[in-house]
Design a protein around this ligand. Structure first.
Ligand code: ADE
Length: 232
């Protein structure tokens, strides 16, 4: 039986998924709860990691190494960097980077770690499924680079700096760790986010207001993807 793992960072990001699957078992590993449901010949594992790249890396590693995930999907919210991304829009990561990695002191480019790369591409098959879902549901899906770092960005200068240095369209705090772990362990992955704020001076207020509604949009998009993945 194949396994699809769905990861969020916060409880709010997975609550809509748990409400959908209703019937699940729970396993605890490393301070996280993993919810295991059976769905049409597939196993679906759902967890929230807690905020940040390290937590997300642990959850993603556990999904692959302890639960044998065949696919990793990240669902949640992000701060919009491009002016054409509005609150509630859905964004698909084409690739991810860690904007807070800096060993330029040794002559490396910003975001680069030796034996790794600045950008890690998401999986084409999963991305094509996301595009198909968007088409079927008439949802305008934007795609682009998503930048991750361990800071909630709520400042125009920092926002501008990330755009200029990484050409990213959205910012969040976990996606790149899903990319690093899944890529190293050869598991296809994708990152779907719905915009909760614009990473500007109002970001904290907008985030609190739109976290739940944007999280629901992302989760329901991912549920439609699951229905297509199980037909692969
Ligand atoms: N997730 C949602 N909005 C964010 C922001 N502005 N910065 C970092 N992560 C986010």
């Amino acid at each position: 039986m194949k396994t699809i793992a769905i990861i969020g960072a916060m409880q709010e990001e997975i609550t809509p998924l748990l409400a959908y699957f209703k019937d699940y078992d729970t396993k605890n590993i490393g301070g996280n709860s993993y919810y295991i449901a059976n769905y049409k010949n597939y196993k679906i594992i759902i967890a929230y990691s807690k905020i940040g790249k390290i937590h997300a890396a642990l959850t993603c590693s556990s999904m692959i190494l302890c639960f044998n995930a065949d696919y990793i999907i990240f669902t949640g919210v992000a701060g919009g960097l491009s002016s054409d991304l509005k609150i509630g829009d859905i964004v698909l990561a084409t690739s991810l980077c860690q904007y807070d990695v800096d060993i330029t002191a040794f002559g490396h480019p910003l975001g680069f770690i030796p034996e790794s790369s600045v950008y890690i591409n998401t999986n084409k098959i999963l991305n094509d499924i996301a595009k198909q879902v968007a088409k079927d549901k008439n949802i305008p899906l934007k795609d682009g680079i998503i930048a991750s770092g361990d800071t909630f960005v709520s400042n125009r200068d920092k926002k501008q700096w990330i755009i200029e240095n990484f050409n990213a369209c959205a910012v969040e705090m976990e996606g790149a760790s899903i990319a690093v772990v899944s890529n190293l362990l050869n598991i296809p992955f994708c990152v779907i986010r719905s915009i909760s704020d614009s990473a500007d001076d109002n970001a904290d207020i907008n985030f609190d207001e739109f976290l739940s509604t944007s999280a629901i949009k992302s989760a329901s998009f991912v549920l439609s993807m699951v229905d297509k993945i199980i037909k692969i």
